[in-house]
Ligand binder design. Sequence first.
Ligand code: 3EB
Length: 317
Amino acid sequence: MLEHSIEMPTERSLLGRVIFGANGFAPEILDGVPALGVPMIAGAEPGFQEIFTAVGPVMAGRDGGLAYAADGRHLFCAVQVAERDIYRDAARIAYDSAFELATRLGYPNILRMWNLVGGIIDSNADGTEIYRDFCVGRAEAFALWTGRIGRIPAATGIGTRGRGVYLYFLAGRADANVHHLENPRQTPAYHYPERYGPKAPSFARATLADGTLYISGTASIIGDETVCQGDIAGQLEVTLDNIMALISAENLRQVQAVGGYALRDLDLIKVYVRHAADLPLVRSRCEEVFAPDARVVYLNVDICRPDLLVEIEGIVP
Ligand code: 3EB
């Protein structure tokens, strides 16, 4: 089980639950807690749950297609966009309604977002790649809300084993201590050139929020280019090097005085692997570099560029 312990819980209640299984389901309130099912697991494999822990009393509810809960410090919110011909408008509307809720409830600082996009490298009805189609609507929503929500946060944009889009995020209060980080080895994603799509992806490489460092999905990209094409071992090393550079003392100096981190400090790690055949190699290398007690899950799904073979996210608590 993956558990995001937001701080040492004095009272153990839940802010949200994401159920990784063979099938997805639209967000609902289950036993008073928002729950989202995401189709990320091969039929025969066991699933798991990603748990967001709350501190103190939780207010949970539904608002249109959104399910959410807030504990006075954080808001968890989930939404599904059903399968459709073109995602742009629905992605913008989903994000727009999420930002409207977050600001109305007093959590305008978006801290970490997960975008699980079915058929991510397939074409939509007008021949545009679904990831690029999705990115247009997402970018439009962020543009609409500039100045009313915090800056663009850490995120993951990844494939699923189903269709449609599943979106969940964590947001914080206006007075949260939030810094968004870029990677010195990578072009900021929101500045990717147009050859990767008409609207660049809306995410930061990491977000530091009240001492927790959220590391975005990170892949074998240097500058804006995929490197080590067709080479899983090489892509994995570049990915790990990218994370090391991102969390190094040198890179964190821009946001805090204290030192940096190493791969051993990561927890709540998700390793996305395109080809099931690459799982043993990826797993054994990850077991070498991550802490023995780090919680790590491996997911066999598509990644947002056809030439990317692996992507890794995590947090430093
Ligand atoms: C990349 O670096 C790899 O669209 O939200 C990583 C993290 C990636 C988030 C997103 C995409 C997203 O471009 C892909």
